[in-house]
Design a protein around this ligand. Structure first.
Ligand code: GDP
Ligand code: ZN
Length: 391
């Protein structure tokens, strides 16, 4: 499927902790003529394109087009020029790497502009944005028809996905454990929330619906799987690998913690084609969005509100309120309006908090990434600037 034998190369690909020899072409990594074009100015400087596949607290791992996996560090200039954490290279990004000689670091000199970026607000009171995956084509949200079913939360996912530039695919999983009518009703309720999202009923246990997931995983396509704990994400991923591959349940015997932490994200090439950004960190997605996206996600409500007599209608007891009329006529659900009003409030709070904490956030984010900029000259630069900043 789409593999060009003339550029096929054999190289080891990391699956968790084991290595397999696979034949992979650059386009299996997502490389295409548009990326090649975007890379031309960097190629002219002798730099190599590479896709970031793993992030650790001290560096990144990347795959070069010839299939070599290399450790890379961030150039001080890239670090300097990033206005926030979200602008720094992340898993999924294509970067320009200057390969070092013996005993020299390979250095990320630039990041190519992203086609899409899936991010969320860091849990807690912080306003930092955390990039889950860059250049993600498809985001699969896994849920179930029972305890996890929550249209209001799904709306948040749709808002984030909508903003990311990726396609949304929802899997209402565990169909084997619930009555068929309940599965169909849950799927229908989610379908009503989004025109763009695909909604499927699946059973990871029986393998039902796996074809749906695979149909979105052409070679070179990057997917991210998210959803609450216990809905069946690891089961699905293990099925995709076609072998027992521990995704989240592997426990480090020393620390008692899972192998994956929130700071380590991995990009994995699937044997059947397609690329998975493994992201077990997500439990509850929190809002990180803006008014623009909110309005787009609730365009139906916006359209109705445009008919309100007063421009600043609060949709309460105001005269001539079209929203109230729509509720009474059953054209609009109370729950949907409530969630619209609540999201609006949250965004307002976020915006206020963001303003107040912007400077602190930038400093903290940059400090966290400073360690990745290990080139000596870069380091000196950074430290010089830091002394100025913190004077
Ligand atoms: P994760 O936390 O989202 O990665 O969820 P897991 O894949 O670890 O699954 C949590 C539990 O649900 C496990 O006991 C799975 O065996 C079970 N499970 C996963 N998918 C299905 C399914 O389609 N049907 C049923 N009945 N159980 C499932
Ligand atoms: Zn109104």
């Amino acid at each position: 499927m789409g593999r060009r034998s003339d550029r096929t190369l054999a190289f080891p690909v990391a699956f968790g902790d084991t290595r397999h020899d696979l034949s992979i072409a650059p386009q299996d990594l997502g490389w295409d003529p548009d990326w090649e074009k975007a890379f031309e100015p960097f190629a002219a400087r002798g730099w190599q394109p590479a896709r970031l596949i793993r992030e650790t607290p001290i560096n990144f791992s990347a795959l070069l087009l010839d299939g070599t996996e290399v450790d890379v560090v961030l150039a001080g200039k890239v670090w300097h020029e990033a206005a926030s954490d979200a602008e720094l290279p992340a898993v999924g990004d294509w970067v320009a790497v200057e390969l070092g000689g013996d005993n020299e670091d390979h250095v990320i000199r630039a990041r190519l502009p992203r086609r899409s970026c899936f991010s969320r607000k860091v849990p807690g009171k912080s306003v930092e944005e955390q990039v889950i995956g860059a250049n993600v084509d498809v985001i699969a949200v896994v849920t179930d028809p029972g305890p996890d079913h929550n249209p209001r939360r799904m709306e948040r996912y749709f808002t984030l996905i909508n903003r990311s530039g990726a396609r949304a695919v929802v899997l209402v999983n565990k169909s084997d454990a619930f009555p068929a009518e309940q599965c169909a009703a849950a799927a229908e309720e989610l379908r009503a929330l989004s025109d763009e999202a695909e909604i499927h009923v699946t059973s990871a246990l029986s393998g039902d619906g796996l074809e749906v997931l695979k149909s979105h995983l052409d070679p070179g396509t990057t997917m991210c799987i998210v959803g609450s704990s216990g809905v069946g994400k690891s089961t699905l991923v293990n099925q995709l690998h076609g072998e027992e591959w521990q995704w989240t349940s592997e426990v480090n015997e020393v620390t008692g913690k899972g192998r994956h932490t929130t700071t380590t994200r991995e990009l994995v090439l699937l044997p059947g084609g397609g690329i998975l950004i493994d992201n077990p960190g997500i439990r509850e997605v929190q809002m990180w969005t803006d008014e623009q996206t909110l309005r787009e996600s609730f365009s139906d409500i916006e359209e109705i509100a445009a008919e309100c007599r007063f421009h600043d209608c609060k949709h309460g007891s105001d005269a001539g309120c079209a929203i109230r009329a729509a509720l009474e006529e059953g054209r609009l659900e109370v729950g949907r309006l409530e969630s619209f009003l609540r999201l609006d409030e949250e965004i307002e709070v976020l915006r206020r908090r963001a303003k107040k904490r912007q400077i602190t956030t930038e400093r903290r984010a940059k400090r966290a990434h400073r360690v990745k900029a290990r080139n000596l000259e870069d380091r000196i630069d950074i430290e010089r600037e830091e002394r100025g900043e913190w004077r």
